[in-house]
Write a protein that binds this ligand. Sequence first.
Ligand SMILES: *[C@@H]1O[C@H](CO)[C@@H](O)[C@H](O)[C@H]1NC(C)=O
Ligand SMILES: *[C@@H]1O[C@H](CO)[C@@H](O)[C@H](O)[C@H]1NC(C)=O
Ligand SMILES: *[C@@H]1O[C@H](CO)[C@@H](O)[C@H](O)[C@H]1NC(C)=O
Length: 198
Amino acid sequence: MTRVVYLSAIFLGSLAYFHVEGSYKFNSLACEVVSPQLGWIKECAIKAIDRKRNMLNIVAYLNRTITEVTSDQKRHHKLHIVCLFFQFQVHFRLVKRESGGWHPFLYDMKVDACMFFRNRRKLFIPNLIYTTLKQFTNVNHSCPYLAGTELSLMHWSPNEAMVLEKFPVEFGQYGLQTTWYTGKVRALEINGSVLYYK
Ligand SMILES: *[C@@H]1O[C@H](CO)[C@@H](O)[C@H](O)[C@H]1NC(C)=O
Ligand SMILES: *[C@@H]1O[C@H](CO)[C@@H](O)[C@H](O)[C@H]1NC(C)=O
Ligand SMILES: *[C@@H]1O[C@H](CO)[C@@H](O)[C@H](O)[C@H]1NC(C)=O
């Protein structure tokens, strides 16, 4: 028991140490709409809070309704050539910058966004990432997302203590690369990176 307490103290102590020593800062963000019929990006920007901290604003506008595709609707599609319903899948990869290039780092997975919101706890890592976004976004429910909706992530700045607790990583540059698919079609790419520095 005392050993557990002792180890926890070291762990918490090192977090406190890191909290004082290191800082996170966004250092790149890129958004690209690959299928313009689906929607457009209104804003995709890094904004300064002060000299040390910054935040992300991403606002997208949907021109088409996104809904969960049931097998019934899939059959329906084959009959009616015009496709009005979309399903969203997000392929996300964590990467780390090393020797001049981005290299895979821990996670590379594809998630059905509509399904994800029906039971977030089923998907541990996506849920962990989502937990840091939750208060800053209106993308917080299951499908449908109707045409004409603005999807936004505003004033998002990672909580350093929380990030370090979940991802106790070394100093360096880390990226999150995401590709959004509707069915099999690439619709959107959003890549961002953070610098974790002393
Ligand atoms: C995101 O990163 C991937 C992998 O490096 C790259 O292929 C893609 O072009 C990038 N997209 C944008 C919008 O920067
Ligand atoms: C998407 O909707 C916006 C706002 O209604 C409109 O300005 C834009 O032309 C539409 N884009 C496409 C490709 O239909
Ligand atoms: C989802 O976000 C909207 C807009 O920020 C908010 O009004 C609503 O309460 C949120 N819903 C849930 C379930 O968090």
